[in-house]
Design a protein around this ligand. Structure first.
Ligand SMILES: Cc1ncc(COP(=O)(O)O)c(C=O)c1O
Length: 461
């Protein structure tokens, strides 16, 4: 393929047929999840019982697998293809020119499916495994509504019911996402809601509570425990979710090979870490095996929820009501009051345990950006490349532009690749606020961080 090719498409039959599991390649000592009350690690019966009440067996087996490759079931592959996989890899030549950078910028198009983000990659797999095990209904949380619409789509395709708890701030500001979920047959409630004990508790504290992903997870998990034939589905953070997302990086790696390129810098935004983990791990496996050691891995998070840049690497609860397992991760604390930023999918207090471990070990880096500078970068991307990014993705674009400008200073012709995790066509309000100069920035204050970190669980030594 010519070096100046600006778009690489894979044929349908070139879709990867196995996911990449990074777990066997992680440095030794990866900390296990713990039960939220007893703090017992696997294989203690209380933790295993909790996990299997929430998730399908197959996903739990994947999370414990030491196989680096895991077969993608045929029906999942067919469904991936039917909703738009493989996705294109594109070069942002107009952006490069506008920046005057010698760097080459590539982006992986995860916006090209019915809901417009990477989220169907795991929604389809999770709904499929649940359906196979006879589960009839899935509950979940959603921040921006991207994950909720992906699970609603997957449940619709596999004939299952779906209930979504959507953080109230997004429920009010992103009504289009609710319409999408309902179009696929899901029921959607603003969280905190009066349908669960956890929701009622937070509503009592504040009837206009903006909600958080941590609270919505508690509500969805409680709903799952209280109903027969119902399981819970999580859109990020867990090892098996990142495994399903590895289809993104596997395709991108193949596409780069066709261009005879290997990235010097791999960029993505992080909410719980699933799009960036899925995108970067197939490349990072080379570094973990002692090859391609110079490639840098840079994750972008919001200054409003700076888990990896200002939080700590500790065991913390996955949800605010302390129902789901405790994991070791970079966190600002499960009670942290997440400001209502537009990138609602980045409002999660912690980051995926595997990614946190890699950052802790110095194998990945991270940077934090305010929403104004992120949207300014996304606005430039729209004006040069013609794509209006999701506010979450805007953080990856900002990091990419900064890195390309660093190359301009040094004159280095680096190859930068980022995950275009979703489009922003249902998030236009953030662009309107940016245009009218009313877009506010939120920075986590010392007091907010101290308050969030005070409530970490006390794990017995
Ligand atoms: C478009 C988009 N990008 C990124 C994210 C962040 O989530 P994760 O870190 O799990 O990929 C979200 C979450 O909703 C999203 O909708």
């Amino acid at each position: 393929m010519a070096k100046n090719t600006i778009k690489v498409n894979l044929h349908t039959e070139e879709i990867p047929t196995k996911w990449y599991n990074i777990l066997p390649h992680l440095p030794p000592g990866y900390p296990p999840p713990l039960h939220p009350k007893t703090f017992n690690p696997p294989p203690s019966p209380d933790l295993m019982q909790l996990m299997s009440r929430l998730f399908p067996k197959e996903c739990l087996m994947q999370a414990a697998s030491s196989e680096p490759e895991i077969e993608i079931p045929d029906e999942v592959l067919q469904t991936y293809v039917s909703v738009g996989r493989p996705t294109p890899l594109q070069r942002a030549t107009r952006l490069e020119k506008k920046l005057g950078t010698p760097a080459k910028i590539y982006f992986k198009r995860e916006d090209v499916n019915p809901v417009g983000s990477h989220k169907p990659n795991t929604a389809i797999a999770q709904a499929y495994y649940n359906m196979k095990e006879g589960v009839e209904r899935l509950t979940t949380e959603t921040g921006a509504g991207q994950w909720g619409s992906a699970l609603a789509l997957a449940c619709c395709l596999f004939n299952m019911d779906c209930t979504v708890y959507m953080t109230r701030s997004s429920y009010l500001t992103k009504p289009g996402r609710k319409t999408v979920m309902e179009a696929f047959g899901a029921e959607v409630f603003p969280s905190p809601s009066d349908r669960t004990d956890a929701g009622k508790k937070f509503l009592k504290q504040d009837p206009n509570h903006p909600g958080s992903l941590g609270i919505a997870i508690s509500e969805a998990a409680e709903d799952c425990f209280k109903h027969e034939n119902t399981k819970y589905s999580l859109g990020s953070v867990l090892d098996f979710v990142l495994l399903h997302q590895s289809i993104v990086g596997l395709e991108a790696k193949r596409q780069m090979e066709l261009l005879d390129q290997y990235p010097d810098i791999v960029v993505g935004c992080i909410g719980g870490g699933s799009n960036y983990g899925g995108f970067s791990y197939p490349f990072l496996q080379d570094k973990l095996k002692g090859k391609r050691k110079d490639t840098r891995y840079i994750a972008a998070e919001p200054t409003a929820v700076p888990s990896t840049t200002k939080g700590i690497y500790e065991y913390d609860n996955g949800d605010t009501a302390e129902i789901v397992p405790v994991v070791k991760m970079y966190t600002v604390g499960h009670t942290y009051q997440c400001p209502p930023i537009h990138a609602a999918g980045l409002r999660y207090h912690g980051k995926a345990p595997s990614m946190s471990y890699l950052i802790h070990k110095g194998l990945m880096e991270s940077r934090a950006y305010g929403q104004r500078e992120a949207i300014e970068a996304a606005d430039l991307f729209a004006k040069t490349e013609g794509f209006i990014a999701a506010p979450e993705t805007a953080h990856a674009i900002k990091a990419t532009i900064d890195l390309a400008l660093e190359c301009k200073k040094t004159g280095e012709e680096k190859t930068i690749i980022f995950n275009y995790s979703g489009h922003g066509l249902l998030d236009l309000r953030v662009y309107e606020e940016y245009r009218s100069s009313t877009l506010k920035d939120f920075e986590a204050s010392k007091e907010m961080l101290e308050a969030g970190l005070r409530a970490l669980p006390k794990i017995p030594a």
